[in-house]
Design a protein around this ligand. Structure first.
Ligand SMILES: NC(=O)c1ccc[n+]([C@@H]2O[C@H](COP(=O)([O-])OP(=O)(O)OC[C@H]3O[C@@H](n4cnc5c(N)ncnc54)[C@H](O)[C@@H]3O)[C@@H](O)[C@H]2O)c1
Length: 312
């Protein structure tokens, strides 16, 4: 699979290494608006072709697939253009800024038959997958509730992440989406029935949210609380965690509250497994998961949460 990468920032390096590691992946081109970071990125990963105009790559029939690792505002326009041109797309989370943008992306995939996958990376963490198997095997009985969060304690991002136009939202779109998708994955991908939330800007000086508390009622009867945040004074464990309370017992993904020496929470194997699912599924002619539909479910929860909090 001849892959192009859009964006040359922090997460793009993980994707580039993932493609390079895959026996059928070939990183053929990269696009970014800033030529300096693009040139450095291309050198780090030996990418032969670069451009500051992503549309040039979207229109190039020699490219099979695109990984989109740009600010959230670009996810929908870039994905729609690539999908319409028949390219398979792996787009970073959040899938887009709004559910309406997600629907445009789903329609473009449907029309061309190209595959759309959303990078909800925690599904590829071995500890998360192990817990999902325990839940599916019935070890915890019926899951009554889950408690999860995606929170940065003592820090938060800056730059485009806090620009409402480019990001589409704050900590809920940045961190909360991970916790929503992880809870849903652990439960076997039920549908959200009810969502209520309190969301605000409490810790920093910007026009996006940095504190959210959601209560989601799922189609299987489970209730999930999800917290999102930046600059929180405390997080109670690693930066992403989900606890499960079942009629047969309790479990959490990571049963330690401090990162042990040398432990990497967001490490390359998770991102490489994610790229492998993308390349393998496309090669085998099946829909990669998490799909565009899975990404849109998360965005549906996000939008309902913002509405419930009076923010949309
Ligand atoms: N799954 C994960 O673990 C994870 C982690 C980090 C980021 N992400 C997601 O990946 C995407 C990129 O995040 P990142 O941390 O790599 O960000 P980043 O700021 O490090 O990189 C963003 C890239 O987009 C470019 N860019 C910035 N502003 C732009 C603009 N206005 N127009 C065009 N290009 C612009 C930058 O030059 C850079 O190459 C986001 O959607 C983010 O939510 C996912």
């Amino acid at each position: 699979m001849r892959v192009a990468l859009f964006g040359s920032g922090w997460i793009a390096d993980f994707h580039a290494r993932g493609v390079a590691e895959h026996p059928r992946g070939e990183l053929v081109a990269a696009a970014n608006w800033r030529p300096e970071s693009l040139a450095a990125f291309a050198e780090r990963h030996a990418i032969p072709r670069t451009t500051t105009d992503w549309r040039e790559l979207a229109a190039d029939p020699s490219i099979d697939a695109v990984v989109i690792a740009t600010p959230n505002a670009l996810h929908a326009p870039q994905a729609v253009a690539c999908l319409r041109a028949g390219k398979h797309v792996l787009v970073e989370k959040p899938m887009a800024r709004t559910l309406a943008e997600c629907e445009q992306m789903l329609a473009a995939a449907e029309e061309s038959g190209a595959r759309l996958m959303v990078a909800h990376c925690w599904r590829f963490h071995t500890d998360v997958r192990r817990l999902r198997e325990r839940v599916a095997g019935g070890e915890l009985g019926e899951i009554v509730k889950t408690r999860g969060y995606g929170v940065h304690a003592g820090w938060g991002p800056s730059g485009w992440f806090t620009d409402p136009e480019l990001a589409g939202g704050g900590a809920l779109l940045d961190m909360g989406v991970h916790a929503i998708d992880t809870a849903r994955f652990l439960l076997g991908d039920p549908s959200p029935q009810t969502v209520c939330a309190r969301i605000g800007t409490r810790f920093g000086d910007y026009a996006v949210d940095d504190d959210g508390l959601l209560l989601i009622g799922w189609s299987n009867g489970t209730a999930s609380t999800v917290e999102s945040g930046w600059w929180h004074p405390h997080k109670g464990g690693l930066e992403a965690e989900t606890e499960l309370f079942g009629t047969g017992g309790y479990a959490r993904i990571w049963d330690f509250t401090e990162e042990p020496e040398g432990y990497e929470h967001c490490a390359q194997p998770m991102y490489s497994a994610q790229i492998a699912e993308f390349i393998d599924a496309v090669g085998e002619g099946r829909q990669p998961r998490p799909s565009g539909d899975d990404g849109a479910v998360v965005m549906d929860v996000v939008e309902r949460a913002y509405r419930s909090a009076g923010l949309r």
